[in-house]
Design a protein around this ligand. Structure first.
Ligand code: ADP
Length: 459
């Protein structure tokens, strides 16, 4: 029994057979304890009525009368005092009956053969065409004593019904088996499709299509599966893009380094040129180092390496330190920085959160106008800390705002092309804030500036 289809079909058919057998056992007990005595009683009443009718009408011809009774659906045996037996109606299959029984009925007793018929015969006892399966009543007419044994002629009464019930049972069985086989296919088919799709997925085919349009649990599973395949496809695409971006971002400073190193080696290079080339080499090395540091941080954030070592610390203090570290560049660009940072304590990973503030402040400086302004403020509620960093810089368009947290995304305009960057800063910010169960809000207008609000839970 390897396939689910066979398992399902065999289980259902077994259930049908077992329930059929149980139903037979229950209906048999019902027959033995309720119907059989009722049947006996009903036929005893009929036999006694026949006897009393014969008794009351001495002028009727007994044999002819009993012949008539047999034609309306009874099998009869008449035994007279001398032991002579006359059968009426369809013959009994088995005519054995102890002579004692006949004598006791002749003597005036009623014989309840139906009620006493052995239980082992189950419900089929009802159909047993045997003389012992009759009702025997004493009968007296014209001073003569008889014993009359009677049972309904089931064949005559129920022949058509028999066939009908037989067909009904056979058809029910056949139809239900066919339906079980079809139903099982209907149930199992989508699972086979899903299995096939899983294999395809494991072989790297993320663009598979599942034609399972159902609204039940299997339909839900298929929908989730397709969703998962799409997500995997997206991840795969992102991975490829990520690798090509990294390669490009590492390749271009390396090419620059090589080029300027070659120029340095040339004899005709003047001292002033050498100085310029060396400073370019330094800045390229700086760029590479920054990029690798950011990549390492992103990779460890992705792995979620138990990084988040929370402890209680003063966020305002931390923000002030970050500002002080960048004060020289703010001064250099003639910017003004305003901040109001009263002491606020929270629980979080200080070294990760420093990264957040550094990236945001650097962006507020890099993408600001010369002589622009930066405003930093902090607010706390009972459960959260909100840090707002606002600049008067170049701003962003709506569709750019939607993408700035993507890895390697950089707005590419004439105004930003000269600005150094890797496109990784904000994705690092977003990962760290997510690790702290926080949220980021951003509002930006072209040429007016950008406001970023980071909301973090205090605990
Ligand atoms: P980058 O290293 O390029 O600064 P980020 O991930 O920090 O990378 O930012 C992604 C892009 O979002 C930037 O290239 C820039 O175009 C845009 N951006 C980020 N911060 C600001 C800001 N304060 N004002 C305007 N544009 C911004």
């Amino acid at each position: 029994m390897r396939s689910l289809y066979i398992k399902f079909a065999v289980t259902t058919i077994t259930i049908m057979i077992v329930s059929g057998l149980l139903a037979f056992v229950f209906s048999n007990s019902y027959y033995q304890y309720t119907l059989k005595p009722q049947n006996d009683e009903k036929n005893t009443k009929i036999a006694l009525e026949i006897a009393s009718y014969v008794n009351a009408n001495e002028d009727i011809h007994l044999h002819r009368y009993l012949e008539n009774v047999s034609t309306i659906g009874y099998q009869l045996l008449l035994v007279d005092a001398s032991g002579e037996e006359t059968f009426f109606g369809a013959p009994f299959r088995d005519t054995s009956l102890p002579s004692d029984t006949k004598l006791t009925v002749l003597g005036g007793d009623v014989y309840h053969g139906m009620k006493q018929f052995p239980q082992e015969t189950f419900v089929t006892g009802f159909f047993a065409n045997e003389l012992s399966n009759t009702i025997g009543v004493p009968l007296e007419t014209n001073g003569q004593k008889y014993a009359l044994f009677l049972r309904p002629d089931i064949k005559l009464l129920f022949n058509e019904m028999h066939i009908l019930f037989g067909w009904l049972l056979a058809l029910t069985l056949i139809i239900s088996i066919v339906l079980v086989l079809i139903g099982a296919k209907y149930l199992v088919n989508p699972i086979s499709k899903l299995t096939k799709a899983t294999k395809e997925l494991s072989e790297g085919n993320f663009s598979l299509q599942l034609d399972i349009a159902r609204k039940d649990e299997i339909g839900e599973l298929a929908t989730s599966f397709t969703h998962m395949a799409r997500q995997l496809a997206k991840l795969d695409e992102m991975k490829t893009e990520f690798i090509s971006n990294i390669t490009h971002d590492i390749q271009s400073p390396l090419a620059n380094l090589k080029g300027y190193a070659n120029l340095l080696e040339k004899e005709e290079t003047t001292a002033a040129e050498k100085k310029t080339y060396l400073s370019i080499i330094h800045s390229e090395i700086e760029r590479l180092s920054r990029l690798t540091k950011q990549l390492l941080l992103l990779a460890s954030l992705d792995r979620n390496e138990g990084l988040i070592e929370k402890k209680r610390f003063n966020v305002s203090e931390q923000l002030k330190e970050v500002i002080h570290r960048h004060q020289w560049i703010i001064n250099e660009r003639g910017m003004m920085i305003r901040y109001s940072l009263p002491d606020v304590y929270m629980s979080g990973d200080p070294s990760l959160l420093t990264n957040v503030w550094e990236n945001l402040l650097m962006n507020a400086i890099k993408y600001n106008q010369d002589h622009g302004t930066i405003d930093i403020s902090i607010q706390e509620t009972e459960t959260t800390v909100k840090v707002q960093i606002q600049d008067t810089g170049i701003g962003l368009k709506g569709h750019e705002v939607d993408r700035i947290f993507e890895r390697f995304y950089r707005v590419d305009t004439s105004r930003t092309s000269a600005i150094e960057g890797t496109g990784l800063g904000l994705s690092i910010v977003s990962s760290i804030v997510k690790l702290h169960d926080g949220a980021i809000d951003i509002e930006s207008f072209i040429d007016e500036g950008t406001t970023i609000v980071i909301q973090l839970p205090k605990l």
